[in-house]
Every structure is written in C-alpha cells, then in structure tokens.
Design a protein around this ligand. Structure first.
Ligand SMILES: [Zn+2]
Length: 376
C-alpha cells in the first residue's frame, strides 16, 4: 500500500501499454475497465460480485449523486466508499456530461452551468469549483475536471470555443482541487476530431499539470472509424508516463481498438445495461437470450466463461428468467457481461506483457466473427 497516487508503466507492445496505478485504496491494473456505479450501485450487482469479476475500480456519477441522495449526505455518512460498501478506488466524473445530456433548462456561461434536475425540477449550479467540492465530499480517489463536451458532429468554431473554455475550466478545476495527497485529478482533452485542436488542448492541460489525462469528447455519435482515426493521434499527444483514460467507451471491439492505440482506462454502462436487456457479449459474438432458440438449450451461454451464469445455469434457464422478468435475470446476465469485459482486459494485459498483442487481437476478432454456436 502507498499513501500517494502514482503510475508505473510496465510493458508496451506497439502502442498498447500495461501498467499499475497505485492509490492508497489499492492498485489498478491497466488497461482497466471501470464498471459504472451510477447511483452508488452497479445495477443488479453486489460490490463483492463486481470485485469477483476482476474490477479494480468503479466509476460514480457526480450528477446523479449530487441530486440523489446528495453529496453532503454521503459525506456525513462517511463518504461514497463506505456508503456503497466498495473500499477500492472510485473515479467520479465531473457531472458536466450528464448535465448536458439529462438535465432540463440549462444555462451555460463562462462561470458554469445552471440546470434543473431531471428528477424533481429543482435548480442547481455546477462549475469547476462546485464540481471539485462535490467530488471531494464523495471522497473520490480519481477526480475529473469539469468540462464541456459538445455532441458530434459540431462545426470547428463551436469545437474550438468549447475546447478553450474547457481549458480555462481545467485551470479553475486544478486551482479548486488544491493539494490532496493520495487523490488524483485528471485533465480532459477536448477538440472533437480535429488533430490541431486536440494538440492545443493537450498542451494546455500539460502546462497546468495533472495526475492523468482523459481523451474526452469521443463516443458521442461520431462512429467507431472516426473515433479510431482520432485515437490514432490523440493519445500520442498526452504524456507517456501518466494514465490515459478514454471516457464512455465502449463495445468490446471499441475497447480492444482503444488499447491498441495507447489507452489505459475506460468505462461504459454497456455491459451492465445490456445485461438487463438480455444482450450478452461472448467470445463468439453477441447473444440475445430473449430468442426462442434458447428455450430448450441445456448448454451454458459461453463454454469458456468463469462466471456463475455460465458455470451454474443453462441457456434455457437464463432465457426463462429473462422472459419471466425475474430479478435474477438482470443479476446473472450483468455478472456475465462484466466478467467477459474483465476477461478481455486480463487477456490484453497478459498479451501486451508477453509481446503477443497482435496475435491476441487476431484471435479475439476471429472468435467473435464465428457467431454464436449452432442451435440444437
Ligand atoms: Zn459467463
């Protein structure tokens, strides 16, 4: 254990990297996938089970938690780790992205954003300063700068103005965060898909100085190829010796493509949300458990998977509880998806360390191209 936050880069294979982020609450093996615990819970999962899937860190959403149950309340109850019974690292987002996507009647100025809660219409204000204060109250280990994330496509003038304001907000975030040993503050690169704007943003962030750097503003409607094209240059513009975090990504092949391009951390609601809607990610592609073909199938969902849904239950059972809308359905299917995502991360970490990432990637794509096993 350590009292400080640090990053050890351990192996590289092409642009792909492995390493360890050390925090006082435990190590984070990278590349890392962070399950999303929006409202102080990864939906349908006990924290112990999330840990069993292999997650070293969770993501919490500032926007949701400030509105309900409130950051002050969580602080009075001992902080988010204690509140939700997860003693390992937690990263919180700044609230900016969700204010833009969920709230109503937003008013954006240089000072910050005034908005109304999507829950009860109450009025709130978020700024670099208030976001840092809320994330401090939550007790987050990795705090994100408050920024603005424009939806794509957006015209260049809009992207440029937005990015420059986000860089001024990054400076205010750094100032407001202050000196908090053992806690990290990450800057967020913006600039849309424009290489020169991304470079300007990366330079501005490095002049301020952060413990890690996120590639923000992607996975907002641009499509996978455009995202990969941007990731061909964006991570290279960030410091080699600090963690690089791609926000809000993604599907299994997005994750593999991002790691290949030098990304160390990612988060997405996809494995948990898809688990609840019956969409499962497996080594042989996507399986929809709702499909009638599974109704009499005694075989496991994924023969090679170590999760309880695959070890202890048949496709027929998973199909039945999904159709009957039993609660165990969301639990088992989420457990499977989170396990599969973590196994992808472990597979990549091992392959990068062994210098065999290209072979691993080819096998990953070949398996998924096979499609699901033949119906009985
Ligand atoms: Zn499984």
């Amino acid at each position: 254990m350590t009292n400080t936050f640090s990053f050890d880069l351990q192996n590289t294979d092409g642009k792909a990297r492995t390493g360890v982020i050390h925090t006082p609450r435990g190590d984070i093996r990278t590349p890392a996938f962070m399950p999303v615990g929006t409202a102080a819970t990864v939906k349908a999962m006990m924290p112990e089970s999330v840990r069993e899937t292999g997650a070293d860190i969770l993501l919490g959403n500032t926007y949701h938690l400030m509105l309900r149950p409130g950051a002050e309340r969580i602080a009075n109850l001992g902080g988010l780790h204690r509140f939700m019974n997860w003693d390992r690292p937690i990263l919180t987002d700044s609230g900016g992205f969700q204010v833009m996507s969920l709230s109503e009647l937003r008013k954006l100025t240089e000072k910050g954003v005034t908005f109304r809660s999507h829950i009860d219409g109450s009025k709130h204000f978020l700024s670099p300063e208030t976001s840092m204060e809320i994330q401090r109250l939550l007790g987050s280990d990795i705090v994100m700068c408050f920024d603005e994330c424009p939806a794509l496509p957006a015209d260049r003038t809009r992207l440029e103005e937005s990015m420059r304001m986000s860089m001024r907000w990054a400076e205010r975030s750094r100032e407001a965060f202050g000196d908090r040993p053992g806690h990290a503050l990450f800057g967020i690169q913006q600039g849309g898909l424009e290489e020169d704007l991304r470079a300007e943003s990366a330079e501005a962030l490095q002049n301020i100085g952060f413990d890690g750097y996120a590639v923000g503003g992607l996975a907002v409607g641009e499509g996978q190829q455009a995202m990969f094209d941007c990731l061909d240059f964006a991570p290279d513009q960030l410091p080699v010796d600090k963690p690089r975090y791609l926000m809000g990504v993604g599907k299994p092949d997005d994750i593999v493509g991002a790691v290949k391009r030098g990304i160390d951390m990612m988060d997405c609601v996809l494995p948990s949300r898809s688990g609840r809607t019956g969409q499962l990610f497996t080594r042989q592609g996507v399986v929809n458990i709702k499909n009638a073909r599974h109704a009499d199938d005694p075989r496991p969902l994924d023969e090679a998977c170590r999760c309880p849904a695959c070890r202890n239950y048949s496709r027929a059972y998973l199909h039945h509880v999904f159709r009957a809308q039993e609660m165990i359905s969301g639990m088992l299917l989420t457990w499977h998806n989170l396990t599969y995502f973590q196994d992808i991360m472990q597979g990549m970490r091992d392959a990068i360390a062994a210098g065999t990432f290209a072979e691993w990637e080819a096998a990953f794509h070949a398996g998924r191209a096979q499609g699901d096993i033949e119906p009985l």
